[in-house]
Write a protein that binds this ligand. Structure first.
Ligand code: PAF
Length: 290
């Protein structure tokens, strides 16, 4: 993109479809001395995403949101095809939230058919979702690295809801020297405690009620360590029991160190409790720093 082609962030929100145009916009903002913020998303935006945009706007002059359901981070039996999409609504929400540019690429624009370079994090991804979803974080790291190269953000905001993802992205930024400040924003919850997620739309009325088992299991874990360190296996069991009582199929109920993501023997304040469970066919995750 030649210099001067892009308006510097103003009232009108740009919708950008190609990687080249995205880089052009970002370069233009930076040349104008503006701080660029990026909120990477897979769309079907909800209030949780908008809280990430608000955080980015507090820290930056021009905020871009990427909306891309990244095929590379889905396993063969996962929900890539049926992942909820609503482009028009997402664009309206972004406009209302003061987003300067939305990056909305087609999969073919993001990955060459013979793409052969991927980004792999090798340690933090060993447990939790990484162990259950082989290749998932390779897909996440690859697309986030690409988005960083395209949107050239000073700041990128991710949600704590995907705790392991946020930790892995921080590690990628550190180890590959991306000049990006990663901000991890708190989980936004429905009034009854359910963590906001685009996948909540899959839940039937009954499942929506049962899904409360995740935040309740985490509340139990927090209670268990409130008075002091507690054997982590007992906390894991207690969380699994709460999930099962809500007729959820446990994928994992873990307590790990916030730094290494390795299971701890004693659960203490500052450790992280994480749960993943199937509610019907929908896999939900949630976590809580104890
Ligand atoms: O958390 C998500 O929505 C996705 O994993 C991300 C970070 C946008 C990468 O596709």
């Amino acid at each position: 993109m030649s210099s001067g082609q892009w308006a510097v962030s103003g009232e009108t929100m740009l919708v950008i479809k190609t990687p080249g145009e995205m880089q052009g916009w970002a370069q233009e903002q930076r040349r104008a001395g503006l701080r660029v913020g990026l909120v990477p998303t897979m769309g079907y935006l909800h209030a949780g995403h908008l809280s990430l945009v608000a955080e980015a706007r507090r820290r930056c002059d021009a905020v871009a949101v990427s909306i891309f359901v990244n095929p590379v981070q889905f396993g063969p039996n996962e929900d890539f095809e049926k992942y909820p999409r609503d482009e028009a609504r997402d664009l309206e929400l972004c406009r209302g939230a003061g987003v300067a540019a939305v990056f909305l690429p087609a999969p073919a624009a993001m990955y060459a058919p013979d793409a052969s370079v991927f980004v792999v994090e090798e340690r933090l991804e060993r447990g939790l979702c990484g162990a259950r979803r082989p290749g998932h974080f390779r897909g996440v790291c690859t697309v986030v690295a690409k988005l960083f190269n395209l949107a050239l953000p000073d700041v990128a905001v991710f949600g704590q809801k995907d705790f392991q993802q946020a930790a892995i992205i921080c590690r990628m930024v550190r180890d590959l020297n991306f000049p990006v400040e990663v901000v991890v924003a708190p989980i936004l919850r429905e009034p009854d405690g359910l963590a906001m997620s685009s996948r909540n739309v899959y839940l039937s009325g009954d499942e929506r009620q049962r899904a409360l088992g995740l935040s309740r299991a985490l509340a139990g874990a927090a209670e268990a360590v409130a008075a002091g360190p507690s054997p982590a296996d007992a906390v894991r069991l207690r969380m699994a029991e709460v999930l099962e009582r809500h007729a959820l199929r446990v994928d994992y109920a873990e307590v790990v160190s916030a730094e290494t993501l390795e299971p701890v023997a004693q659960a203490s304040r500052g450790d992280v409790a994480l749960v993943a469970a199937y509610c019907g066919k929908t896999r939900l995750i949630d976590n809580r720093v104890l």
